[in-house]
Design a protein around this ligand. Sequence first.
Ligand SMILES: C[S@@+](CC[C@H](N)C(=O)[O-])C[C@H]1O[C@@H](n2cnc3c(N)ncnc32)[C@H](O)[C@@H]1O
Length: 285
Amino acid sequence: MDNTKYKSTVTEAFNKAAATYDQMGVEFFTPMGRRLVERVSPCPGERVLDVGCGRGAVLFEAADRVGPSGHALGIDIAPAMVEAARGRAASLGAGHVEVRVMDGEHPDFPPASFDVVTGSYSVIFLPDAPKALHGYARLLRPAGRIAFTSPVFTDDTFPFLPPVFTELIPERLLRNLPREWQPEALKRRFNSWLGDRDELTRTMVRAGFADVEIADEHVELLAADGTAWVDWSHTQGMRLLWQHLPKYESAQLRTRLIAELDRLRGDGPLRLPTPVRFVLASVAA
Ligand SMILES: C[S@@+](CC[C@H](N)C(=O)[O-])C[C@H]1O[C@@H](n2cnc3c(N)ncnc32)[C@H](O)[C@@H]1O
């Protein structure tokens, strides 16, 4: 699939997901965004660019930190996500939050426009992420910081999913996906080089960053039960997998996932510690 077609598939998927994205009572993107902002720690008055902002899991945390004397600008390729984030900014009366439809690979701003660039689970979607990172270094003022998250890619993990799911999705089912949606192709597509610390560091340095810090941490995914998790999975990137499963297979997988997740949760809610990679770096002072 060429990059233009891929981007329109991603845009369509997130446009469809926007109404329910991060609204299903499942906590994951918001705590991950909060942690990312904690790590990069924007200061009052700073200007933050959040790439692939979605409904604003990072954007609004960053906006709280920079305060009204600062500026938090979110860009996203999916107009429905932008609308949702804009609506939230309006309802909060957050005049220092701005949201625009823009391709994160081609951010259209003058050099040194920002103090901080963030991106949570969004850099993985950029077809040429190394080039985009190079562009972000240019957008930062001297000593400006970048901070983004990605899944922790492992050989046996399907992108988007914590390792516990590896056994639950039958290999046969994945092999029947269209070629470009099969695990290996998807891993390449989702920039699995981010999983190799050396390559990631080299790429960041080539892009113009120094002081590269890579930290893997578990973010707890919290859902009421297995059904809540499966419903939620349709509202985020995993939608790209569900939409390629034949109806019958999809129904079978749903039943199986719910049963297994409910077994895991016992009497309480479902708590899945999910490994997340946090990447921080800065440009020269
Ligand atoms: C998994 S969501 C993460 C959203 C948000 N950062 C969060 O943590 O909730 C990925 C987001 O990246 C956006 N995205 C994907 N490709 C993009 C691109 N080329 N440019 C800008 N945004 C993009 C999607 O539309 C989606 O909103």
